[in-house]
Design a protein around this ligand. Sequence first.
Ligand code: OGA
Ligand code: MN
Length: 288
Amino acid sequence: MALKLRRLSNALGAEICDIDLNKPMSESTFGEIHRVFLDHAILLLRGQNISREQHIEFSRRFGELDDHKSLPSDRHPDYPELLLVTNRPNADGTPSESRYTGRLWHTDLSYTTHPALGSLLKCYELPEVGGDTLFCNMTMAYDALSGGMKKLIADLHGIHISGTRKINQQDAGEARRAEVLKLNPPIAQPVVRIHPETGRKALYLGEKVKRFDGMTEAESKPLIDYLNKHATQPEFVYRHQWRQHDIVVWDNRCTMHQALGDFDETRLRHMERTTVMGTPSGYVVAGA
Ligand code: OGA
Ligand code: MN
């Protein structure tokens, strides 16, 4: 069966139009879906009104799932495989710990030695307008660099720091940030990585990277800023406008993403994510 696809942007992404996760799916159909995932890096599945168990079960077909012990405060209380990305206040009325998740360009769990292979984010509630997510293609970004730049960055490692945030409000979860940082010491990851399934090179950076290993922040910043800006230029980006019951699947090994805060914070935005574990990568940086 050939899947019906609709490309999402020139840079990346494809919607699979004829899929219903409420129905059983054969190995061969999943094989086709997986091929589209490798070819387009982002999958969009619309109208998937499925249970949490079904979300988890479908995610498992991509690989073993993370139990989110690096982010204990954001775990679903009943399902460790589900991570909450929500501004729904806690039962005691305090603000949700995860209301500012993803506001920097990043890839999931890059600040651990087991960065995520993929993530499957399902939309439950969204504001009337805004709350979009941006994705960029890091393979395309790498390929577009000059030979000189490719040579310059070939052996660099960027130090990824957990819990760094764009929003620096006093109430933006200081305790959570400290907790996450304690659980996750800074990790150096290669700036250029090879996708284990496609064999293609991709840039591996983001706004959680403050310096290169063996270099100062002042020395590193201009190049980090340049590469992040290069990678997130509109030509390499897809902007996803969510609908309720959308599931977006992304390949963390060749993309970055960013949640936009362009919505009325008094409105509910509630998403839940599963995280597929990737192959080990990176090393702990002592005293970083
Ligand atoms: C995530 C994330 C972005 C968003 O779930 O990993 O970064 O738009 N979410 O909610
Ligand atoms: Mn994320």
